[in-house]
Design a protein around this ligand. Structure first.
Ligand SMILES: Nc1ncnc2c1ncn2[C@@H]1O[C@H](COP(=O)(O)OP(=O)(O)O)[C@@H](O)[C@H]1O
Ligand SMILES: [Mg+2]
Length: 257
């Protein structure tokens, strides 16, 4: 699914006017994986919510395959994953995935069954387990399995692994890169971590502090899986660090491992 963000600005108005995004233009091609990085409060989540039709831009326009986002929502083409996995505690892992499949693909013949989705995320043995008995990483895996059965064309992912410990986050990042390679949805991935961006993305888009504007758009033309010790990887890392240099509140991004 091709995503086009055209001169989009967004202001929140509750009492005062708070500009969150200013004149953002961005095209994500079908099947492309774009990472969005920038300091806290620069409008990353706002942009995802605009793409998912949860907010309407104050100015400018967003289209998905040439149509307004509302169309893709009714076609169930948008999948969403954030930090909190929002699982139903009274359903087993398998039932959580089955339920999502039922909501999202009533009319489509599902190519990926709930069990296959659990297998893909390494939870085949946990099908009968309830969410409270799963670790944070396993819960997020389960949320990912649920997302896979939706077979959505656009994945909007808002720092989905940020709350996990470093090892789990790295492992899940690698697994996700592999799954994306097999299914090739269009992905917009918000992250605080420039290494995560370089491991996953075809392109890294950097936002300036609030209100968010496009500051850099860096193509990651590296073979997968990405190897940190490669000279080309290190060169892109320097380029991203330079783009973030001098941004207030960018320390956490620059220090990310
Ligand atoms: N519902 C809201 N009402 C008012 N202001 C908001 C709301 N959501 C976000 N904001 C403000 O918009 C700006 C961008 O927020 P957000 O998109 O969440 O940033 P990010 O995800 O990059 O951290 C911030 O200044 C934030 O305080
Ligand atoms: Mg956010």
């Amino acid at each position: 699914m091709r995503l086009q963000v055209m001169s989009v600005s967004h202001e929140f108005r509750n009492g005062s006017v708070r500009p969150a995004l200013e004149g953002v233009s961005l095209t994500v091609e079908e099947g492309q994986f774009v990472a969005l990085v920038g300091p806290s409060g620069c409008g990353k989540s706002t942009l995802l919510r605009l793409c998912a039709n949860l907010l309407q831009p104050t100015r400018g326009q967003i289209t998905l395959d040439g149509q307004p986002p509302a169309h893709a929502v009714t076609q169930r083409q948008i999948a969403w994953l954030a930090q909190s996995p929002a699982l139903l505690p009274w359903l087993t892992a398998l039932q959580n995935v089955e339920l999502a499949g039922r909501f999202h693909n009533v009319q489509r013949e599902t190519r990926l069954s709930p069990r296959e989705a659990l297998e893909m995320v390494g939870l085949a043995d946990a099908a009968g387990v309830y969410p409270h008995a799963l670790s944070g990483g396993m819960q997020q895996r389960l949320a990912l399995a649920r997302l896979l059965t939706q077979e959505a064309a656009l994945w909007l992912m808002d720092e989905p692994f940020a709350a996990l410990d470093e090892l789990t986050r790295e492992r899940l990042t690698l697994e996700l890169a592999e799954i994306w390679g097999r299914l090739r949805p269009t992905v917009v991935w918000v992250t605080h971590n420039i290494h995560e961006a370089l491991r996953l993305a075809d392109r890294v888009v950097v936002f300036s502090p609030a209100p968010g504007r496009l500051r850099a758009d860096v193509a990651v033309d590296l073979p997968r899986p990405r190897v940190e010790s490669d000279a080309a990887y290190q060169a892109l890392l320097r380029q991203l660090r330079a783009a973030l240099q001098g941004l207030p509140a960018a320390d956490e991004l620059l220090e990310a491992r």
